[in-house]
Design a protein around this ligand. Structure first.
Ligand SMILES: *Cc1c(COP(=O)(O)O)cnc(C)c1O
Length: 453
């Protein structure tokens, strides 16, 4: 019988992350201080981030960065994750394509986010930090960081966007189960929060406000640092365990992917699955196609501009060279909350501008149809975010059918959807809509940006 899953042993958990920055043909443009427009140095990031995270953020020389033993030890709770041949899905599609997925949904919190939460908490602990803060929208990052903070004995305060705090009580319960303090944002506990509540008493919050609150707490509390779950280089670096494992597992399967696909929010899971394969494109050994799957309602890679922009809505972060829809772009309230982000990380953006990466944007209803086909053929109910990668894989398989080809397709299943069933309910009752962003809206938003690039 042919294998369904390709399983590595604990000893095969990678010992180093792959730092794509060291090998990119052209380095990404630097992060800039928004006031002076000068490139940032690692020291400039120390007040906000842990020193190790700040150094990794700007490290463009070391190709491999060692994974600390304490981090690998905790990875052992669920890593290595399985690589699965989606034979059920192939059959349902009647395709000759070989479809594989890397199953990151088996982590205790149900997504890939724990891969970076653990090292970030570990570096804080090692530096003698006692408290960390972050913000969370739908709650996946907050849940992952809560578990990591607990493991390393850190106190964690999570600012959760108020509307999600009330609409997604179970992710809040998960964070509280691990011992985190979850605060609905805007809150009265920070200056930024008090200001907004005073001006708009019924404001239901946004990620921008939650970031401002978390950064304010980190910079005004002794021994406290801020952490971020996507977008930044060090987060993408940590996620490369996904692709490094997948590379070995594809070898076990006796194949090499022609197409690698990841859904795209800020870019961390996409970077994680693709960068280790991309290095063989740099060297000319391979010619794999990399496809980022983003929502039609938040199409930064397919319709945004490549320009310096802020990472947050409020404009507190450094200026990041990114594909962006403008930092005050307000995406429609789709269910894939983790993909509702206006920009893309600096590395992915540079790679896209140089033609190393393709992107597709997918309507919400198509992603839910794909999720159903996947659930019914493979058994796993995917996260609405991950369903974008599934939908993109299905498009590739269908195209292969039409063209009479049989490519090897690999996608990342970034998480399961068992805490997102309200979204599935809405799809079942026919209440889900698609949102295409008018070009004029994107132009109006991006015309406001300083044209630095
Ligand atoms: C957060 C999240 C994403 C999007 O974030 P990236 O940084 O782009 O990976 C995708 N899938 C799941 C399950 C998530 O929790």
């Amino acid at each position: 019988m042919e294998s369904k899953k390709f399983i590595l042993q604990e000893k095969d958990i990678p010992t180093a992350w792959y730092n794509v920055l060291a090998e990119m043909p052209e380095k990404p443009n630097p992060l800039l201080n928004p006031a002076t427009k000068e490139p940032l140095k690692a020291e400039d990031l120390f007040p906000v981030f842990t020193e190790e995270a700040a150094r990794q953020e700007l490290n463009d020389t070391d190709k491999w960065i060692e994974i600390p033993e304490e981090v690998r030890d905790m990875y052992r709770i669920w890593r290595p994750t399985p690589l699965v041949r989606a034979r059920g899905l192939e059959k349902a599609l009647g395709t000759k394509a070989h479809i594989y997925f890397k199953n990151e949904s088996v982590s205790p919190v149900g997504s890939h986010k724990l891969n970076s939460a653990i090292p970030q908490a570990y570096y804080a602990k090692k530096q003698g930090i006692t408290n960390i803060t972050t913000e969370t929208g739908a709650g996946q990052w907050g849940a992952a960081l809560s578990l990591a903070a607990r493991h390393f004995g850190l106190e964690l305060a999570v600012y959760m966007v108020k509307v999600s705090y009330h609409q997604k009580p179970y992710r809040r319960s998960i964070m509280e189960t691990y011992g985190a303090e979850v605060v609905a944002s805007p809150s009265m506990s920070t200056k930024a929060g008090r200001k907004i509540i005073t001006e708009h008493p019924n404001y239901q919050g946004s990620l921008g406000t939650a970031i401002s609150e978390a950064v304010e707490l980190a910079t005004t509390t002794p021994n406290c640092k801020y952490t971020l779950g996507s977008v930044l280089n060090h987060v993408a670096l940590h996620q490369t365990v996904i692709g490094l494992e997948a590379e070995k597992q594809m070898e076990m399967a006796g194949e090499y992917p022609d197409i690698v696909i990841g859904c795209f929010g800020g870019g961390s899971n996409f970077s994680g699955i693709t960068f280790p394969f991309l290095r063989h494109n740099f060297s000319g050994e391979r010619n794999t196609r990399f496809v980022a799957a983003e929502p039609q309602s938040c199409p930064k890679l397919t319709k945004g501009v490549f320009q310096y922009d802020f990472g947050d809505e409020a404009g507190y972060t450094p200026l990041i060279p990114m594909y962006t829809l403008g930092h005050d772009f307000a995406p429609a309230n789709i269910h894939a909350g983790g993909l509702r982000y206006h920009g893309a990380g600096a590395v992915v953006s540079k790679l896209r501008s140089q033609g190393f990466i393709d992107a597709v944007d997918i309507p919400q209803t198509e992603t839910f149809a794909a999720a159903h086909l996947f659930a019914r053929s493979e058994g796993i109910i995917p996260a609405p975010e991950s369903s974008h990668a599934i939908a993109a894989a299905i498009r590739e398989a269908r195209r292969a059918n039409e063209e009479g080809t049989a490519p090897v397709i690999l996608f990342n299943l970034s998480g399961h959807g068992l805490i997102d069933m309200a979204a599935y309910d809405q799809y079942h009752s026919g209440d889900l809509a698609d949102y295409e962003v008018p070009d004029a809206e994107i132009k109006a938003n991006t015309d406001k940006l300083d044209k630095i690039l």
